[in-house]
Design a protein around this ligand. Structure first.
Ligand SMILES: *[C@@H]1O[C@H](CO)[C@@H](O)[C@H](O)[C@H]1NC(C)=O
Ligand SMILES: *[C@@H]1O[C@H](CO)[C@@H](O)[C@H](O)[C@H]1NC(C)=O
Length: 597
């Protein structure tokens, strides 16, 4: 074992040298031509990264010869994503700035409490003033907040936070397994975005450290990553396979961060790593039970992405779809497969996954549900489950972006209806906040819909497993479960400080300029603040469905509260050129990466 490891170290050193050579030769052509802001290449070069732990331990399975190199040609010109905003009146500006300040003050409160009670931990416990480490113990909240500090112009705190990152040690963890996806979107995405904004090379070095660590999770026989990964074992030389039971969202959404890291360092290896996943997705896309979409779980160990009968754009699949148009953007359209996969996936989803819920006011809105397929002989039938989720609210934003970039106005129309569906769902609940998951009654058609109280009650009974036609029984279920009209079941009543609704409201606002979206955002913000505020910060809550009593606190504040939710609230009340969608593209943790333009 010992000699084996040594030869790997030697091989690893040689490969590092080769990659270093390729990189030093490529970077000058790349960075200065296609990125508006030059990279501080000399500082980066002197870093001595070749001695960094994860670079020195070598690999059991080297990528084979067909390496994907990062495209460095001329990016295509995409249509503008943001609408042209008319100059604002003084009154509108004052109101906007006033709201923006309220959001910023909420952020500062949470940040100061994190600093005081949980500094360098992953999360503050916002009720008990404790701290927790569910994301490796690498200061997730600090890292996730870096670019928000920058965007909110909190320079002193930003400087203090950047000074602190040197102490984060990505070579070890107290956790038995780390989540490769979460580590990528939160840590790697955050360092890259903070670097893209500030140009501080310490951030790029830290991004490269995380990138080197994560790259080791791809050291499997087929170079597919192991997504729930024993990092400490890997550090000691354990061999692994990818998992035959991998979530689509996890394996499908490493692409943006890995690509940006390759762009900024000039080293293609990360882009190559995720391109192998893209290749498998591309080959599988037409061969699944619902061609166009991939099943919720895939077999990464054997490159089988076609088996499975659940198809959703929601939880556990979500960002795999979100990253398709975003990858096209990030790469300046130079890898056409991302647009092609987006278009095919969205065509399928729009036809199969969306439904118009039945509401007392006959709203023209859409919700994205979950399809199950069943195969009998040669015939596959599909059944749409009328489930909604807070998480799937990101979809409006993704379609608005894709619709603009690829000149598909139909996607923007759907984006409006989906986002309005999320706004409606917030308003339908007594505290003005949507629960994690719910079911609704659906209209027969998306074109017309008449509220039918009886039909709603029948569907409530169906979900509750009651007897058909017993309206009294339905009334009892509705009362007991606090079901607003149109809703048939609420399996998860929490609100956990999630960003997806405001994310789509923000993106759609930048795309369309619809003024009512600003008002919706303000209502959402006030509802969230009102119901989640603690003495220290803000917390997840157990049940947003009970009228007349404040939801009970969970004592949990995930890093996305300051990394995403408050950032999107702040940005919708900012001038539209602050993080313009024509210059930046957000990863799924709201970290803005610079587009190739
Ligand atoms: C290289 O790897 C890719 C993807 O992992 C695979 O499709 C291809 O067949 C491999 N080529 C060789 C020569 O092994
Ligand atoms: C990887 O999978 C192969 C084939 O199933 C198996 O022979 C091998 O022992 C596995 N390796 C590890 C480290 O689990």
């Amino acid at each position: 074992m010992f000699t084996l490891r040594k030869s790997f170290i030697w091989l690893g050193g040689l490969i590092s040298l080769m990659l270093f050579y390729v990189w030093t030769n490529r970077r000058s052509t790349f960075t200065l031509e296609h990125d508006n802001r030059p990279i501080h290449s000399s500082a980066w070069r002197q870093s001595g990264d070749d001695t960094y732990f994860w670079r020195t331990i070598g690999a059991y399975n080297q990528p084979n010869s067909s390496v994907h190199t990062l495209p460095t040609g001329t990016p295509s010109i995409f249509p503008e994503v943001q609408t042209k905003f008319a100059p604002e009146t003084t009154a509108a500006r004052e109101l906007r700035e006033q709201r923006q300040k309220v959001v910023k003050d909420t952020f500062i409160r949470s940040w100061n409490s994190y600093k005081e009670h949980a500094w360098m931990s992953d999360e503050l416990m916002p009720v008990s003033a404790g701290s927790r480490n569910p994301f490796g113990g690498w200061a997730a909240t600090l890292v996730d907040s870096l670019d928000t500090l920058w965007i909110m112009d909190l320079g002193t705190d930003f400087a203090q936070a950047v000074n602190a990152i040197d102490a984060i040690d990505f070579t070890r963890t107290d956790m038995a397994q780390i989540n490769v996806f979460e580590t990528t979107i939160r840590y790697l995405g955050a360092f890259l975005a903070a670097f893209d904004l500030s140009g501080d090379t310490r951030l790029l070095h830290k991004a490269a450290e995380v990138g080197e660590m994560l790259y080791k999770a791809f050291d499997t026989p087929n170079r597919m990553p192991l997504m729930r990964w024993d990092l400490n074992a890997a550090a000691q030389g354990a061999e692994t396979n990818a998992s035959s039971n991998t979530l689509l969202a996890e394996i499908g959404s490493l692409s943006m961060e890995f690509t940006r890291l390759s762009q900024l360092t000039g080293n293609s290896k990360w882009f190559d790593a995720i391109s192998r996943i893209t290749d498998v997705m591309e080959k599988a896309q037409t061969l699944t039970e619902l061609p166009g979409l991939w099943p919720l779980t895939v077999n990464a160990k054997e490159n089988i992405f076609t088996q499975g009968s659940t198809f959703t754009l929601g939880a556990m699949a979500d960002s795999a779809y979100e990253y398709l148009p975003k990858m096209a953007t990030l790469l300046g359209g130079q890898v056409p497969v991302y647009q092609a996969m987006y278009e095919m996936a969205m065509d399928t989803a729009i036809n199969n996954n969306l439904f118009r819920p039945m509401t007392p006011t006959n709203e023209d809105i859409l919700i994205s549900g979950q399809v199950r397929t069943e195969r009998k002989g040669d015939i596959t039938t599909t059944k749409l489950e009328l489930q909604g989720q807070h998480l799937v609210c990101y979809l409006g934003g993704a379609l608005a972006l894709g619709g603009k970039l690829f000149a598909r106005p139909g996607d923007v129309t759907i984006a409006n209806k989906l986002t309005d569906g999320c706004i409606y769902t917030y308003k339908a609940f007594p505290h003005g906040i949507m629960p994690e998951t719910f079911f609704m009654a659906a209209c027969e058609s998306r074109e017309t819909c008449e509220w039918d109280e009886n039909l709603w009650k029948q569907q409530v009974l169906q979900r509750a497993g009651g007897e058909e036609g017993k309206t009294a029984q339905a009334d009892a279920v509705i009362l007991e479960n606090h079901l607003p009209k149109g809703f048939t079941e609420i399996p998860d009543r929490r609100y956990i400080l999630r960003p997806e609704a405001i994310e789509s409201v923000f993106i759609l606002y930048r795309v369309t300029g619809r003024k009512d979206l600003i008002e919706s955002a303000w209502e959402m913000f006030q509802a969230i603040e009102e119901n989640t505020q603690t003495e220290l910060a803000n917390t997840a809550v157990w049940d947003v469905t009970v009228e007349g009593e404040k939801p009970r606190h969970v004592d949990s504040m995930e890093s996305f509260w300051m990394g995403e939710t408050l950032k999107y609230f702040y940005l919708i009340f900012s001038k539209p050129d602050l993080i313009s969608l024509d210059e930046y593209v957000f990863n799924t943790e709201a970290h803005p990466l610079r587009r190739m333009i």
